[in-house]
Write a protein that binds this ligand. Structure first.
Ligand SMILES: [Zn+2]
Length: 273
């Protein structure tokens, strides 16, 4: 009797072919590296013009770095490029300064351009990538890949059905914190400044989940803020201590949690720059 085939999860390589991988980037400059990556997409005719994509990526990068720590960055832009999604990956032997939260240089860049007509796709892709890239062993294998072929094979191991658990949203805390800052600033600004801030807010809103934003807006309306920092184990939204396990999970991470006491979004204390 024939065994039923197990359903296969969609693999990252549905969006990434081997010629969309650069084994060793020539430059160690952030902007030049982004250009080098985009040149690949232009050459393969996956995108037509480099300029608008580069501008959008840099604008987004300026708001909050897309370096997720541990030597990895996921620069991205939401832009209609004709196709659904465009992905290109670059590895850097010497490392690139990406202004990462952990201060580490970036050795792997996964650049993503996705079409605004399919908003859910990026969240899905980002969540799937984050779930894999968070594993130290997987990262080590990626960094140690000895050829383009080996690197590509490893990237093909990434499956995209894994969604973040409901009590934790991976690697989005910095983004949500920035959005709150912008929304608060917006209230105190004049018309021209408001417009500029709205543009920045929209860039962030574009890539956050609808359910998350919906809850964020409700909290903002009710309390004037929606995201609280965790300081010395206490939620700064309600000043109640969180459970020890939760405290150690939050501290030093860029993940979003929800305070069990006051229901606000809870993030690690941001380091003063
Ligand atoms: Zn709280």
């Amino acid at each position: 009797m024939e065994k039923a085939k197990e359903p296969k999860h969609p693999c990252f390589c549905e969006y990434l072919k081997i010629n969309q991988v650069i084994y060793n980037l020539k430059t160690t400059d952030k902007i030049q590296a982004l250009e080098e990556l985009l040149d690949v997409l232009v050459k393969l005719k996956i995108i037509k013009n480099k300029k608008p994509v580069l501008t959008r990526i840099i604008d987004r990068e300026r708001l909050v770095t897309t370096a997720i720590g541990h030597g990895i960055a996921l620069p991205h832009a939401r832009l209609d490029t004709g196709g659904h999604i465009a992905v290109v990956v670059g590895r850097s032997e010497s490392g690139i300064d990406f202004d990462a939260v952990d201060g580490k240089k970036v050795h792997l860049i996964i650049l993503i351009v996705w079409n605004p007509s399919i908003p859910g796709l990026f969240n899905h892709l980002f969540a799937g990538l984050a779930q894999f890239l968070i594993k130290p062993d997987f990262r080590r294998r990626l960094f140690e890949a000895e050829s383009k072929k080996e690197l590509y094979k490893l990237l093909c191991e990434i499956e995209l059905t894994l969604l973040p658990s409901e009590d934790k949203i991976i690697h989005r805390a910095g983004l949500l914190w920035k959005l709150q800052k912008i929304e608060i600033q917006k209230k105190k600004s004049n018309k021209a400044k408001k417009k500029e801030l709205q543009k920045q807010a929209n860039l962030i809103r574009d890539e956050l989940d609808d359910a998350l934003l919906d809850r964020f807006d409700k909290l903002m309306e009710r309390y004037g803020f929606a995201v609280a920092e965790l300081e010395e184990g206490a939620c700064q939204g309600c000043f109640i201590n969180v459970a020890t396990g939760m405290r150690s999970a939050i501290e030093g991470s860029d993940d979003i949690y929800i305070c069990e006491n006051c229901g606000k979004y809870l993030v690690a204390k941001k380091k003063a720059k």
